[in-house]
Design a protein around this ligand. Sequence first.
Ligand code: ZN
Length: 145
Amino acid sequence: MAVKLKEMFNDKKNILIASLSIVLILGVLTISLFVGIGKMPEHKMQTEVTNMKLALVAEEHYSCCLNKPCSYCLLTEGSCDCLEEVMNGEHPCGECMGEILEGKGNSYVAKYFARALSDELGEQYHDTLKEIISQKYNIPVEGQA
Ligand SMILES: [Zn+2]
């Protein structure tokens, strides 16, 4: 009887150790999974988005007015016509409008920015926009569209 009890005790101890190990392993796995999920996406998504843009640029479905093509049009439309819109005096997407004002537009088409942005913001801001573009892109106010 005493031996049996001892065996049982040992069994229980073993089961306890086994369960604890499993809990520990699952815990570590769960934590690394969460850490992994927290870290991965931004990196992975950025690379993915960049690759998608490059592919579309190559297919000529992505002509943006920025130095670094916008993400907005890619994610909402799957293509970008912002450059064409700017050239035609129409406003580009919201992301491009913001980036243009920060000086991140393609400077080769800078003289069309003020007109394109005033299409959305209002003609009353056309002259002010010309001033801003003039400073951001180092081009004269005269000669801007
Ligand atoms: Zn855009």
